[in-house]
Design a protein around this ligand. Sequence first.
Ligand code: PAF
Length: 322
Amino acid sequence: MKHFLTGAIVAAAMATSAHAQQNIVVGHALSTTSHYGVGAQAFIDTLTELSGGAFTGEQAPAGQLGGERDMIEGLQIGSLDVVITSTGPLGNFVPEIYALDLPFLFRDYDHARTTLDGDIGQELLDKIGENNLVGLAWSENGFRHVTNSQHAVRTPADLDGLKLRTMENKVHMAAFEGMGAAPTPMAFPELFTALQQGVVDGQENPVTVITSSKFWEVQKYVSLTGHVYSPAVVLASPVLFDGLSDEQKGWFQAAADASAAATRAEVNRLEEAGVALLRENGMEVITDIDKAPFAELAAASSYNVYTDQYGSEMVERIQAVK
Ligand code: PAF
């Protein structure tokens, strides 16, 4: 495993030097050419520019520092500076975030982005801040779709018994159980090999991830179920962030905003071009899907995972966003 000197560690070691340059490590699960890679680079470039080179940065891509759950833990102890992660494992640290992971909640990208860029998004970033993490900006992973190696999935009956890798997220697991699959939670760095070796039959991720991870090498079928919107978030370590001046915090905030904008632009591009890429690489893309029966089963089995604890107010507020 590559070792990184994080900004927090360098800052502690060089606390007496007024001109210390800090190298910020930005961790994420995907390749440097993925939508997260584009966002990570935008973060680094913006931070370097605004700080006049006082901060530089490097990516720790492709899960080099572990799965998303490990990286979030790394932020809490200061072994990582900044992470771009889906909300998949974040509910394990900030349970209120599960509201965003409910299946068939967001109607489309506009609905999701408007919600996250408004009061609800800010409230949830603040909640993250109450849990030994710093939530800087809502970025994006995208609407998730099911892929598998066995057969075309058009109806919930086609999911019956399918061993499907999910994120380590109890809302997603409950939803897939309700839809008839056998959900198998697993960290993303283990997934490609698990698909290759038939440990699981399938997985679910946005087009952005299916293309950047070349899942066509190990999966034949992709069903455009769009069963859940997968937000991503730019997080910083409180160990680093709390030691910054207000001006420096402003640079980090601007870098996170630039990162989220660059990632969303890349998601837009891949939503246009990605499906053709899947077909070109031999995947059968199933588009004639009636989502209503999936939505009914998924909601019946998973919404209570959130509402039993927090009630339905947040769900209704999100549904009401125009
Ligand atoms: O499936 C996941 O774990 C996530 O969608 C991924 C690919 C790590 C991106 O956040």
